[in-house]
Design a protein around this ligand. Structure first.
Ligand code: NAP
Length: 342
């Protein structure tokens, strides 16, 4: 009789809303050795879901040298934090691990390839409304669904989740799954830029803009091989308008918290892929530029505050931004706080 296979060793890099939700699923199934690779240490993992909470005490490491050998690296940082997590990726894949990239967008493999050599990369489309609460603690507001491309690596990934509180699907047409999710993700830009919840699409003018953003994504996605319906933009915008007006997707929550935004993997990816196919994407180009400016401002803590401008009277000297000792820009007596580098 064959001896049982040893438990898979999995390192989750980026234990935020999604990393913790996935780790909780794996820990709950009790079949894998899970190590959480964090930059902010914590002792206990807690994932709230409805009135329940999963609690666990997994191994948490904060230095790549302490992670040990693993079979899988599951990257769950925000897409723009991938380069910052490069030292984890380099150290962990050097020991022969496969890499699963659980991030939004359609460029999973290209994003990690510079840091993982020729390691096998499995892109993962994540569907799970979740939010990080504090280091080690997250809230899941719905089921966790992970979709990977069908094939040997995809099926090996699926096997990791046997018995876990998560649904994993191997898709024969992963391109369509990833682009369908991106078509939905591009819509959050209108809320992040206005600082309003998704109910802003109930305005006819914003609805038209949002349909335009999705229509560009549909045209580019089709050129990339995704099967996307003509009516997708109208149905996405209609569903958002019919949904809760106070809905805040993760991009909006991050904007409210004034932290760097994951815009490049979303609207920026449409512009890049559009350029490759000679497809014009002016709306996504425009919102990408505005989100980039907003995100950079959050990163530098250099946003002029409206309140400061309102206090200026005709007798005041001209409003000149000055750099504070902490690197933030202050003006009119209102100092801006430095956003956290996420
Ligand atoms: N949240 C959702 O509802 C949702 C749904 C579907 C897909 N997604 C996608 O899933 C991905 C992850 O999103 P998320 O919402 O889970 O983000 P998140 O809550 O911000 O979590 C990111 C985590 O990565 C950590 N991190 C960043 N740089 C790191 C580094 N160099 N080393 C180690 N850890 C690092 C952060 O640590 P700190 O705490 O120290 O900052 C944070 O814990 C994104 O691509 C997102 O678009 C999210």
């Amino acid at each position: 009789m064959e001896p049982p296979a040893p438990p898979p060793r999995i390192a989750v890099v980026g234990p935020g809303a999604i990393g913790l939700s996935i780790a909780a699923g794996l820990l709950g199934a009790g079949r894998a050795h899970v190590t959480l690779c964090a930059r902010t240490p914590f002792d206990e993992l807690v994932v709230e879901s409805g009135s329940d909470a999963f609690r666990g005490r997994p191994r948490v490491v904060t230095r790549p040298d302490d992670a040990g050998d693993v079979d899988w690296v599951l990257l769950a940082t925000k897409a723009h934090q991938t380069e910052g997590a490069a030292s984890w990726l380099r150290a962990l894949v050097g020991r022969g691990a496969r890499v699963a990239v659980a991030q939004n967008g359609v460029e999973h493999e290209a994003r990690v390839r510079p840091f993982v050599g020729d390691a096998e990369v499995v892109p993962v489309v994540v569907q799970c409304p979740a939010e990080g609460l504090s280091p080690g603690r997250a809230r899941r507001n719905g089921p966790l669904l992970l979709t990977v491309p069908d094939g040997a690596a995809g099926r090996a990934f699926l096997a990791l989740f046997e018995g876990a509180d998560a649904r994993v699907e191997c898709a024969s047409d992963f391109t369509t799954v990833a682009w369908s999710k991106l078509c939905l993700n591009v819509t959050a830009a209108v809320a992040a830029l206005t600082g309003l919840p998704m109910g802003v699409v109930r305005r006819p003018d914003v609805a038209a803009l949002t349909r335009g953003l999705v229509d560009e994504a549909v045209r580019v996605g089709r050129a990339e091989g995704a099967r996307l319906d003509d009516g997708l933009a109208a149905s996405i915008v209609g569903a958002i308008a019919a949904g809760r007006p106070d809905a805040q997707p993760s991009l909006v929550r991050v904007a409210i918290a004034r932290r760097p935004l994951e815009y490049d993997a979303r609207n920026g990816a449409i512009v890049r892929a559009g350029a490759r196919h000679g497809i014009a994407t002016p709306l996504n180009g425009a919102v990408t530029a505005l989100l980039a400016a907003l995100s950079d401002g959050f990163e530098r803590g250099s946003t002029l505050r409206v309140g400061a401008v309102r206090r200026v009277s005709v007798h005041d000297p001209p409003l000149t931004p000055t750099t504070s000792p902490s690197g933030g820009v202050t003006s009119g007596g209102a100092s801006a706080t430095r956003g956290r580098g996420r």
